[in-house]
Ligand binder design. Structure first.
Ligand SMILES: NC(=O)c1ccc[n+]([C@@H]2O[C@H](COP(=O)([O-])OP(=O)(O)OC[C@H]3O[C@@H](n4cnc5c(N)ncnc54)[C@H](OP(=O)(O)O)[C@@H]3O)[C@@H](O)[C@H]2O)c1
Length: 431
């Protein structure tokens, strides 16, 4: 049988890793595939492996249009621009596409799947979520016989690294971020990562596959980690919790809810001890039960290995629908209502004077919110002292109303900061 002819557009971190796999005669990608064409911006840039035997294209869309290529691998990035044009061009002529581009798949997944189904060109993107951790295959294939009710994960290694480093080194968010940028762990413009958008792209993809619904990035409620202070981490620690950026999707009464936000996790939570740049996903599914996956969510080797596994699936005829089911079978799931109940953590920076704590307690009591734990930092630099508390289970709307009332007291030096407390248990989509 003749080998599949592959073109790779984008030869950076992931594309460079894939070149190395193609240069390794023992790699399985070479058994059934042949790399014949490559594209990047700068032809002169050293790629770590010899690329002189491959056809070079300055324009990735031109590479994607080559009729002798069976598979186009897109490793450029970005939801629009040349990456999108290259992927569309390949799919439109019936070629298969493998990509690691979560932004593209999250934002344009439905239209790309439609083109793919129309022409027969398969669209695979295992590397787009969880880097080297096979989260997509697990949901699409291994859990095909179960019904997922919730997925929750640590899906952005940069955020997890920053939060872990703040806790272990006692340094501020700004200090750790600056170091991470110097060491190349964080982008010069960190917004996509620390603002929660990267995790939201990945959650959009996972939720679509897990719940059989159309990918709907606009539906994700997104908060980043920028407002998490060292005080939050230290005080949450004293209360028995660790703070993580959690990306969570849940299917509740037929509606899909998705959010990305920092949350408190008790130390026995399955995601609490996932440190550094690791990624992890917990899935609640029936009848399988709860499953947890942990591993390296980024980097040249793990991500290129996931791209290679998609290529091998294509070569061996195992590629199915992009989101696990035909587009017509994916529901346009109604958006979940934010009528949430749970336990909450509230940090207030207040003036250190008599009566303030009593006034705050009064506003919480007015909303029928019971306090579970309360901590005040005894000594603190500056005119305000942090007070943190956790509530017992209550409606989020009630906590938000209490926060408004506390703000109106005019004792806060900074806006109050609210985070949910995640709970463990077999079905932890809601309290
Ligand atoms: N890095 C990871 O660990 C990781 C993990 C999971 C998923 N991903 C995803 O994988 C994709 C690639 O990420 P990466 O980290 O490998 O990116 P990267 O290191 O920035 O590499 C991007 C590559 O695209 C090329 N490129 C950019 N604009 C181009 C254009 N207009 N025409 C042709 N080539 C162009 C660049 O060319 P030059 O080299 O000539 O500049 C470079 O080779 C992204 O979608 C990313 O989200 C990355």
């Amino acid at each position: 049988m003749s080998k599949l002819r592959v073109g790779v557009a984008g030869l950076g971190t992931v594309g460079g890793g894939l070149l190395k796999l193609f240069a390794d005669p023992s790699s399985r990608v070479n058994e059934k595939m042949e790399l014949v064409a490559v594209s990047a911006r700068n032809r002169q840039r050293a790629r770590g492996v010899d690329i002189s035997n491959y056809n070079w294209f300055d324009d990735p869309v031109e590479l994607a249009a080559q009729r002798d290529l069976d598979v186009v691998v897109e490793l450029i990035g970005g939801s629009d621009g040349p990456a999108k044009r290259a992927v569309e061009t390949a799919l439109q002529r019936g070629a298969h596409v493998v990509t690691a581009n979560k932004a593209l798949v999250a934002v344009h997944g439905s239209s790309l799947a439609e083109t793919s189904e129309g022409t027969g060109g398969k669209l695979l993107f295992e590397a787009a979520v969880g880097g080297g951790v096979p989260m997509i295959k697990m949901l699409k294939e291994s859990l095909a016989g179960s019904r997922a009710s919730a997925v929750a994960g640590i899906l952005n290694g940069t955020c997890n690294y920053i939060l872990t480093e703040m806790e272990t080194s006692g340094r501020s968010f700004a200090d750790v971020l600056a170091d991470a940028q110097r060491m190349g762990y964080a982008e010069a413009d960190p917004t996509t990562d620390v603002g929660g958008f990267d995790a939201a792209h990945k959650l959009t993809i996972l939720s679509a596959i897990a719940f059989g619904s159309k990918p709907d990035f606009d539906h994700v409620r997104i908060e980043g980690i920028e407002l998490v202070s060292l005080d939050d981490i230290l005080l949450a620690g004293k209360l028995g919790y660790r703070i993580k950026l959690i990306a969570k999707g849940a299917l509740t009464d037929g509606a899909v809810e998705m959010h990305v936000r920092p949350a408190l996790l008790s130390y026995d939570h399955p995601l609490a001890n996932v440190g550094g740049s690791l990624n992890a996903l917990v899935v609640d599914a029936e009848p399988s039960g709860q499953l947890t996956f942990i591993g390296r969510g980024a980097g040249e080797g793990p991500t290129a290995a996931s791209v290679a596994s998609d290529l091998i699936d294509l070569a061996e005829g195992r590629a199915g629908f992009a989101f696990g089911r035909a587009l017509a079978q994916l529901a346009a799931a109604p958006r979940g209502t934010p009528a949430e109940r749970g336990r909450y953590y509230l940090r207030l920076m207040v003036q250190d004077r008599a009566g303030v704590v009593a006034a705050i307690s009064d506003r919480l009591a007015h909303e029928e919110i019971s306090i579970e734990s309360f901590l005040q930092m005894p000594v603190h630099d500056g005119p305000a002292v942090p007070i943190v508390l956790t509530t017992q289970t209550c409606a989020r709307s009630r906590v938000e109303a209490a926060v408004k009332a506390i703000e109106a007291l005019d004792v806060s030096a900074e806006p109050p900061f609210l985070m949910p407390v995640e709970h463990t248990g077999p079905r932890w989509s809601r309290s």
